[in-house]
Design a binder for this molecule. Structure first.
Ligand SMILES: [Zn+2]
Length: 302
């Protein structure tokens, strides 16, 4: 096989693998290219397995916890779901898989909130591991489902059990969603999907205001077309312009959730500032993904 053909085959394999079924079906994306960022080496395979973990990790609740102010984690070990509480009801970001919805509901209840009080359902991007459960969340709560315009076609294709994907309001880049005094802003940060959305808001804790960033995935697909490359170039530039104290992500490994959570001792006073305040690592994940994108492009050109 020629070198060029090998690359094309590798790229095609990666393209087919750009989803959660990747590891189970084929053993995962290739172990090249490899990039080293801040002393850690990553490959497409290691990034996907870091993000997804095992089947059990994807469906087992991580201990629900307060992240900062009115922001709570209610997802599984590897698939993030966030609850933002307000006096007028709650906002949920990412329903994850449909089979996780009852697990998320349980985590919300465990924190002392009512799942039925979820009024708005948002998402980071139109892949099943983040938004497959939207229809069920809407069915259980009556929440309004809002989505970035550019992700609507891909969301409509996510219809578990033939249920139509609910979309009550379509958002444009920069639009705000407000409930009970909390405002989230939707930033179009395309590349991973056409409508990949990074959400920002401000949270209050201990008399201080913190900028919270709910990052989308910035992992490039196996075959980076010129259109996708230009989406990512715009995205990485936008990200670095967003004010950020608390970096979060749609997979917890993107912000080292487990290590940060370990600094919260059950029953002990909550440390201040919250261990999730980590401005130095706000764009660590973007740095990794940008290095990988450039390495993939180089490999494609060979
Ligand atoms: Zn994805």
């Amino acid at each position: 096989m020629t070198r060029r053909l090998r690359c094309v085959v590798a790229a095609a394999a990666l393209a087919a693998l750009d989803g959660p079924r990747a590891v189970a079906q084929t053993g995962g994306p290739p172990d090249q290219p490899a990039v080293t960022v801040r002393g850690q080496t990553y490959t497409p395979r290691s990034i996907l397995s870091r993000n997804m973990g095992t089947e059990e990790d994807q469906t087992t609740a991580f201990p629900p916890h307060q992240v900062i102010g009115n922001v709570y984690y209610v997802g599984t070990r590897t698939l993030s779901s966030y609850l933002i509480t307000t006096p007028a009801g709650h906002i949920l970001i990412n329903s994850t898989y449909e089979r996780n919805v009852r697990t998320i509901e349980k985590s919300v209840t465990q924190l002392g909130f009512k799942f039925a009080d979820v009024r708005i359902l948002l998402g980071t991007h139109a892949h099943g591991d983040h938004q497959e459960g939207d229809a069920l969340v809407k069915q259980l709560t009556g929440a309004q489902v809002m989505a970035m315009r550019e992700d609507v076609p891909a969301l409509e294709a996510i219809a578990p059990g033939g249920k139509a994907h609910p979309i009550d309001r379509t958002l444009r880049d920069g639009e705000a969603v407000t409930l009970g005094g909390t405002t989230l802003v939707a930033h179009l940060t395309a590349g991973h999907t056409r409508g990949c959305t990074t959400w920002t808001m401000q949270a209050q804790e201990g008399g201080r205001t913190f900028n919270v960033v709910f990052a989308c995935s910035y992992r490039a697909p196996g075959n980076v077309t010129p259109a996708i490359e230009s989406e990512f170039t715009r995205t990485f530039k936008i990200l670095r312009s967003l004010p950020c104290d608390v970096p979060l992500g749609d997979h917890p490994a993107q912000y080292n959730m487990t290590a940060k959570h370990a600094r919260l001792t059950p029953g002990a006073a909550r440390p201040f500032p919250s261990p999730f305040v980590d401005p130095a690592n706000c764009w660590g994940e973007a740095e990794i993904q940008e290095a990988m994108l450039r390495a993939q492009l180089q490999m494609q050109q060979k």
